[in-house]
Ligand binder design. Structure first.
Ligand SMILES: [Zn+2]
Length: 174
């Protein structure tokens, strides 16, 4: 019998492998690390004291943001856009492959995209552990072709999509 994988944090049976952290994680710690990643994205961009409006750019991301920010704080309104790691890595690849300018950035005046390093696969897993289904974003043929290429890259080199997004940030593409 194959030995079951253990959570890197608590040693309990793992439910998910995080390509981001390169660790096996149980349900509790998978959820925690995903929520912590979004909060840390916001903290490192000094996003606090706002009330949030949630954007509908990506159905899957939107569901996750609505789950996380059910209770809005009072203050000036900031739009939290729902583009995910897939959206941003597609945007960077399209720039490299076709010289297509990205239509969105991680941080813009009046809006922030806290899911730029959170994948739709992680969001789907997050909700499936709660027995909830989320809708994946509908994509154009061009986007599907680029995402297919990126998924194959991710299979060969876990974390590849994150690296592409980091390169896109450094080059100010996104
Ligand atoms: Zn654990």
């Amino acid at each position: 019998m194959e030995e079951s994988k253990k959570c890197a944090v608590c040693g309990k049976s793992a439910a998910f492998y995080s390509t981001y952290l390169k660790q096996n994680l149980c349900k509790k710690h998978f959820e925690r690390m995903l929520i912590r990643r979004v909060r840390s994205n916001m903290a490192s961009n000094n996003i606090r004291g706002y009330s949030f409006r949630i954007g509908n750019e990506n159905k899957c991301g939107e569901a996750f943001l609505e789950f996380l920010f059910k209770e809005y704080t009072k203050g000036k309104t900031l739009t939290l856009k729902s583009n995910t790691l897939e959206d941003f890595s597609i945007a960077v690849m399209r720039f490299f492959m076709f010289q297509d300018e990205s239509k969105f950035k991680i941080s813009e005046k009046g809006s922030f995209n806290p899911l730029f390093n959170v994948s739709e696969q992680e969001i789907v897993s997050f909700f499936s552990l709660k027995n909830k289904k989320v809708t994946l974003k509908k994509r154009s043929e061009k986007e599907k072709a680029v995402l297919d290429f990126l998924s194959k890259l991710e299979e060969r080199r876990p974390g590849g999509m994150i690296s592409i997004v980091k390169a896109g940030v450094a080059l100010e593409i996104i």
